[in-house]
Ligand binder design. Sequence first.
Ligand code: SF4
Length: 295
Amino acid sequence: MNASEAYWRELGLWPLWVERAAGEAAWPTPTPAPQPASGQLPPALLVPAQGSVPAGGSGSEGLGVPGAPSAAQVSRNPSVEGLTPWEEIQQQVRHCQRCALHHQRQQTVFGTGDAHPVWLFVGEGPGAEEDRQGLPFVGESGQLLDQMLRALGLNRSHQVYIANVVKCRPPHNRTPTHEECQQCLPYLAQQIRWLRPQIIVALGRVAAQALLASDQPLSQLRGQTYAFERIPVRVTWHPAYLLRNPADKAKAWEDLCQAQRLVKGLQATDETASHSDAALSPRIPRDGSADTATT
Ligand code: SF4
């Protein structure tokens, strides 16, 4: 064991999150997860009925949370006139008292990252350090998440946004209850609707079950592609779990590699489609009259 490995082992962060090309030997050969065709996705988990809000729909009403702010309500709210819809959602969260978690918070933890992310990582809720700093994943599990991002060629300010299901710290870092998640989920839905990431990665059981309106264990939710409002969702373990169970880091890396392949496939499809559109589009000469592309 070299000094570098000993250092990371001491931190409990071994094996390192390294890109497969650079560290092939560090990870087992990934077993491709079953990738059902889009028409074969489990109906109960495809834009689940409870968590589903039709695109352009009325917002959180579809999430079954009476009184939660809808997109229309947020954008019309006269008390926050002059703010962008995104800033209005932030303001709603900052002053939210919808569930008992507001009593003991130091501050809400809204999220952080790129305003136009490719990836959205969703955890369950803030811990003590997050509550203190107002940022998600800043503790030990945040360091591991940063390693995971680096291994994917990402960082938390480039192509990535990080948020939680609940925006206030549960006392003593307990797991948020189903009711607390349901109360807070409309805010996450608003964030997703605004950010429109290309993929969502649910980190841990709570995030996966909340996003997919499922009560299945994480072990059964891993390895497949779901959708939240037509955005693909993949599921893996929460970094805090991986710190306690480092043997599962290799499987989590497989999850992330599968998610990355999915993103690249989607981007390649988009690129092909845009080239096709360009080939079919009429060319507009400088005089403004349309011209048909010749072959
Ligand atoms: S956890 Fe969410 S719903 Fe509960 S008070 Fe905080 S922001 Fe509001």
